[in-house]
Design a protein around this ligand. Structure first.
Ligand code: 4AD
Ligand code: MG
Length: 476
């Protein structure tokens, strides 16, 4: 008999059909009921054994975590909640699992505990749902851009540039660690190293993406990016995935419109295709919220929030307006902010969260930031103080998108790079786009894990990526 997936067994296969499923035992109760899961959906298939007929030695091997092959007839379920169950003819064990050593029990474990066994946490309901949603979001990203004629450009992981100019780089050196080429004063001599110059893991595919947009008109990247930010927060990873579209013949307004449409599209996709997982995550969050103090609760259910975001336009304000709102807020007047507010600050997450969660109660796009706190490539506005930047702030997350219209005027770009002491020579390939057929263009980066957090309601970014990399943590 051919194996079928448990999702298909539960939903599609007709009562009375004979099927085979394979998966892992979640629970074995009363020597009779085996709950089997193969990761295709959150629900388990209940297989019902007549233990009187089975070899007791075999029964003892059906333990939580063991992998099994089970065949039998699909019959209408006696219990509620499920359409069908499997009347077992035959059980085979692929691999035993010593129940006394297996860390997962058929009960709820804390997320902190599961983080320590990230290699097994896929086998829980919560992580099953999170990673199916993550998969669906990734698929929807490609579908969105493909439908709109964007070309998927694979930008390099190893680069010689620092796209964001923030200096938060992971250096790349060759493996010959025992014998690296050294300078006279004993440091790694990058001139003699593999690439003949210092290289690092990319912080963003944007600069290469801009080159692509100058030929294909619309491109996007979707790949891992790396930042050696020493921030141990629930929103930062050292290795995260980013989606970066880049569009020629596009200004800040078009850029914002695309970002908004994009976010709505991928959320809608998941709501349509992952209903069961989202319902599970909605309940999980509801229970988690009950354990929090009143003031920290979001007051909105997960599905309610997602529906709201799909149905309502985002708020759009300038940075200057944002600062005014903060200065006039009760939170500021009552000195509730830890960090001070004035025009020119790089808003802290408490400020961003005030704007989205307390003031507007919806996602907010903030535009036209002071140039001093933004990257060199952003287009300078006529006021001489601000650049055509846009950040999207999401409830519960803070910044989820960062983007801008790019400085397409060679003289202005060079002037800004000189002010910031950037290596003009090394970036001459980038400047060439402004020398040969420059056009107005714009783009943005969506932090994929922050998006997955938003859609799944998971509070910690470590719980939406399979193997999180954070300061002092590179297990698995
Ligand atoms: O705002 P950022 O730094 O923008 C860029 O990298 C631009 N080159 C994007 C572009 O215009 N093409 O990063 C973009 C997004 C942030 O809004 C955030 O969602 C996410 O990437 N991000 C992180 N996510 C997880 N961990 C980190 N350490 C992150 N740093 C940024
Ligand atoms: Mg940013």
């Amino acid at each position: 008999q051919k194996r079928i997936k448990i999702k298909d067994a539960l939903v599609l296969a007709p009562v009375g059909s004979f099927i085979t499923v394979m998966g892992w035992v979640r629970n074995f109760r009363s020597n009779r009921f085996i709950d089997i899961n193969d990761g295709s959906c959150n629900a388990n298939l209940q297989a019902v054994l007549e233990f009187e007929k089975e070899d007791p030695a075999l029964l003892r091997r059906i333990t939580t975590g063991a992998s099994v092959k089970v065949s039998g007839e699909l019959v209408a379920s006696q219990g509620k909640g499920q359409r069908v169950e499997l009347k077992v003819d035959h059980v085979d064990i692929f691999g035993d699992s010593d129940a006394s050593a297996y860390p997962l029990q058929p009960k709820r474990h804390s997320l902190e505990f599961l983080r320590e066994i990230a290699h097994l946490r896929f086998r829980t309901n919560t992580f099953g749902a999170v990673f199916r949603v993550r998969h669906a979001l990734a698929f929807a990203v490609h579908q969105f851009y493909n439908e709109r004629g964007f070309l998927y450009l694979h930008t390099p992981i190893i680069t010689a540039s620092d796209a964001e100019g923030a200096g938060e780089l992971f250096r790349v050196t060759t493996l010959d660690a025992a014998n690296p080429p050294l300078t006279e004063d004993g440091r790694v001599d990058f001139k003699q190293d593999f690439f003949g110059k210092p290289t690092n893991l990319t912080v963003s595919g944007q600069l290469e993406g801009e080159l692509g947009a100058m030929a294909f008109s619309e491109i996007y990247t979707f790949g891992p990016t790396f930042r050696a930010e020493n921030s141990n927060t629930a929103r930062h990873l050292a290795e995260f995935w980013m989606i970066e579209p880049e569009m020629a013949f596009c200004d800040l307004e078009d850029n914002m419109n695309l970002a908004e449409e994009f976010i709505r599209y991928i959320i809608s996709y998941v709501m349509k295709h992952n209903e069961e997982d989202l319902q599970f995550l909605d309940k999980r969050l509801e229970e988690e919220e009950k354990t929090k103090p009143e003031a920290e609760r979001s007051g909105m259910g997960l599905l309610e929030k997602l529906n709201f975001v799909v149905d309502n336009p985002f708020e759009r304000i300038t940075y200057t307006q944002a600062i005014d709102i903060l200065l006039q807020s009760p939170a500021y007047k009552k000195k509730k902010f830890k960090f001070d507010v004035s025009w020119g600050i790089d808003m802290q997450s408490e400020h961003e969260r005030y704007l989205v969660e307390k003031h507007f109660k919806r996602p907010v796009i903030v535009t036209n930031y002071p140039k001093e706190i933004k990257a060199f490539y952003m287009r300078q506005n006529d006021d001489g103080k601000t650049v055509a930047a846009m950040d999207i702030l999401a409830p519960g997350i803070g910044e989820i998108v960062g983007g801008s219209q790019r400085e397409e005027r060679l003289d202005k770009l060079v002037e800004r790079m000189e002010e910031l002491h950037l290596p003009l020579e090394e970036l001459s390939w980038y400047l060439d786009t402004r020398r040969f057929g420059t056009v107005p263009h714009a783009g943005f980066g969506l932090g994929f894990e922050r998006m997955v957090q938003f859609v799944t309601g998971m509070g910690n970014i470590r719980d939406v990526i399979a193997f999180p990399r954070t300061p002092n943590n590179c297990e698995f």
